[in-house]
Design a protein around this ligand. Structure first.
Ligand code: PLP
Length: 404
């Protein structure tokens, strides 16, 4: 029996052959076929063990198959999987309360992914602007922000929005250089619906936005009446050592978006508002068949029960410091960036980060290479000092081997 149901188990070669024939070529994959995960570890089809310092791009933040998440999913899947948004369901209502009360205090809209959570935020921003009499409203983001792949979120993702083959993009989006306070002040004005930014840019290679720039964004929004939206899809749900990244900054957004780790592996997104934006969307403005379904929301409740714990969040900050200290002592590492367990590693420019990433995978460590000369580490939040030591050792060996 294969790991995916009936039929004989396939090996990497067969899976690759099937994929090459039948899947659209949108991803370049690492050379491994994972079949099982537990905690910080993954295993491939040949039984080889890997230490996972990527956690499904910050989705499996509690580690693979966390018992609380598995139990919540199994229990809910055996009771009620789906009824649509035409009826009340308890897990959705309880999760909305939990998200609102742990953050901005307004209302929540559920989605199925990060990009969809941002679509909701963009709709809120535009409708809020229309109510203020603005017709051609603009949303301002930073260069190198990543907000997703659907057309609204894509139009707010400057680097990808320049792909003319996918045009035309939506009008009404504008980008300023990352962290440039003067450019931000100049860009935000009477026509601005919102400033939509990542407080720490993830896909760009883990680049925190300076407090000064976040404060400037807050002030510019207050003066113009625009909404400040934080995309916390990668930074949220404990990743930085607080439940939300904004808690470690001097500003509070009006809207935040979450996804990734929220479902512990189940697909879910959420757009959470402060009271100022809570009533902007009305019946008919937005919707989704699947979103907020009982299984995904039950999983998310189990995730928040586990992550929203001061001891766990303190450990995230401590282990982040341990990991960065270990990495910074390695030959070939120029420095590290980030907060908590969201860490970008800057390598010596002569090292090819893609080669390092592939070598680490062969050595049994899963990381990601989001930019040239950069490794991205997003280990599960339940990682322990022994895992950190092992990962630093493997990265050190790899850098030594490749620069020899
Ligand atoms: N926003 C940020 C900051 C992200 O990191 C991502 C995904 O990497 C997204 C939005 C899009 O999320 P999804 O891939 O779930 O649509």
């Amino acid at each position: 029996m294969s790991a995916v149901g009936s039929g004989p188990a396939l090996g990497l070669e067969d899976v690759r052959a099937l994929e090459q024939r039948y899947l659209m070529r949108t991803y370049k994959r690492g050379e491994v076929d994972f079949v099982r995960g537990e905690g910080v570890l993954l295993w491939d089809a040949d039984g080889k063990e890997y230490l996972d310092f990527l956690a499904g791009i910050s989705v499996c933040s509690l580690g693979h198959c966390h018992p609380a998440v598995v139990a919540a999913v199994q229990e809910q899947a055996g009771r009620l999987m789906h009824v649509s948004n035409l009826f009340y369901t308890e897990p959705m209502a309880r999760l909305a309360e939990r998200l609102s009360e742990s953050s901005l205090g307004g209302r929540v809209f559920f989605a199925n992914s990060g990009t969809e959570a941002n679509e909701c935020a963009i709709k809120i921003a535009r409708k809020h602007a229309h109510a203020r009499g603005i017709e051609n409203a603009e949303i301002v983001s930073f260069e190198s922000d990543f907000h997703g792949r659907t057309y609204g979120a894509l139009s707010a993702t400057p680097k990808l929005a320049r792909n003319e083959a996918l045009g035309p993009m939506l009008p009404g989006f504008r980008a300023v250089p990352r962290g440039d306070v003067a450019a931000l002040r100049e860009a935000v004005g009477e026509r601005t619906a919102a400033v939509l930014i990542e407080p720490i840019q993830g896909e760009a290679g883990i680049v925190p936005i300076a407090d000064e720039a976040l404060l400037a964004a807050r002030q510019a929004c207050d003066e113009s009446g625009a909404l400040l939206i934080f995309d916390e899809i990668q930074t949220g749900v404990g990743r930085t050592g607080s439940l939300w990244a904004y808690e470690q900054t001097p500003v509070r957004p009006d809207v935040l978006t979450s996804a990734k780790a929220l479902g512990g592996g189940m697909p879910i997104g959420a757009c959470v508002t402060a009271p100022v934006a809570a009533d902007v969307l009305e019946p008919g403005d937005h919707g989704s068949t699947f979103a907020g379904g009982p299984v995904a929301t039950a999983a998310a409740l189990a995730v928040l029960d586990t992550v929203d714990d001061p001891a766990l969040l303190r450990r995230v900050r401590e282990l982040g410091t341990e990991l960065r200290t270990g990495l910074e002592a390695l030959d070939g590492v120029v420095g590290t960036r980030g907060r908590g367990l969201m860490i970008g590693v800057a390598l010596e420019p002569e090292l090819d980060a893609a080669t390092v990433g592939a070598d680490l995978l062969r050595r049994g460590l899963v990381v990601n290479v989001p930019a040239p000369s950069t490794l991205r580490l997003l280990p599960p939040l339940v990682v322990e000092s022994s895992h950190v030591e092992r990962a630093v050792g493997l990265i050190g060996d790899s850098l030594l081997g490749l620069s020899a």
